[in-house]
Design a binder for this molecule. Structure first.
Ligand SMILES: Nc1ncnc2c1ncn2[C@@H]1O[C@H](COP(=O)(O)OP(=O)(O)O)[C@@H](O)[C@H]1O
Ligand SMILES: [Mg+2]
Length: 245
């Protein structure tokens, strides 16, 4: 579903020209859970922005669901982003004045979705991340991990084909990061494709495939052997449900 062929990206200003990506070729299939790992400044976010159609490569070919991305207008790209991709960022990017529910609902309002469908999708998405009991809370009333789960629910509500997450655990402590990885693993078990960027080796070990990038080139691409299975909030919630019923 994601196919990159010899992608380069050069940032230019009047004096300087910096080649950040130096020929990246990569295939990611439906249902994969991929970590892109590399040191700070290695080009991870640049690559992620290209995969997310938020930025265009300087050269190379990018096919997303068999569509040649570089041939699309910015309007067409906006539609592709909307339909195919969900984004999760390190800083959650929630709107502080809105409740969890309203944050998740917001992109659906922009889509012009009818109220009933919107509420249904919003509730389902919050349920999938184990936050049904927090829907009326504002971001400031939620922990960092809960805020990130709201952000994941917001991405899920649009029913994307793939979730792209750039350092999704970067602001979280180890235990909370593990909870977020538990949510991602559960979503992947339900067939969601996930690509996440991290500089944290432990986080990467929760994925099925690990791509290493350094100085703008891929230096490793392998299956994760003995993958870590995260024990997170969802498992605990399901356990609690099982005990009650
Ligand atoms: N818009 C930009 N203009 C110029 N240089 C940039 C821009 N964005 C990123 N860079 C440079 O590209 C390199 C890679 O950045 P980035 O992709 O953000 O790395 P990472 O996410 O791996 O830390 C860095 O040296 C950074 O300074
Ligand atoms: Mg980055």
């Amino acid at each position: 579903m994601i196919k990159l062929e010899n992608i380069t990206k050069t940032y230019k200003n009047d004096k300087l020209s910096v080649e950040v990506l130096k020929g990246i070729s990569l295939d990611i299939e439906d249902g994969e859970m991929v970590a892109i790992m590399g040191p700070s400044g290695s080009g991870k976010s640049t690559l992620m922005n290209i995969i997310g159609c938020l930025d265009v490569p300087t050269s190379g070919i990018y096919l997303l669901s068999n569509q040649e991305i570089q041939k699309k207008s910015s309007r067409q790209l906006a539609i592709i982003r909307n339909r195919e991709l969900g984004f999760i960022f390190q800083k959650y990017n929630l709107i502080p004045q809105l409740t969890a529910e309203e944050n998740v609902e917001m992109p659906l309002i922009y889509r012009g979705m009818a109220t009933r469908e919107r509420i249904k999708r919003t509730r389902e998405a919050l349920d999938r991340v184990g936050l049904s009991h927090r829907i009326k809370h504002r971001p400031a009333e939620l922990s960092g991990g809960e805020q990130q789960r709201v952000a994941i629910a917001r991405a899920l509500a649009a029913e994307p084909r793939v979730l792209l997450a750039d350092e999704p655990t970067g602001n979280l402590d180890t235990k909370t990061g593990e909870e977020i990885m538990a949510v991602f693993q559960e979503l992947n078990d339900q067939c969601m494709t996930l690509v996440l960027v991290t500089h944290d080796g432990d986080i990467a070990q929760h994925c099925k495939r690990l791509i290493r990038i350094q100085d703008g080139i891929i230096i490793g691409d392998s299956k994760v052997e003995s993958r870590i299975k995260a024990r997170g909030v969802l498992a605990e919630l399901n356990l609690a449900k099982a005990v009650v019923s």
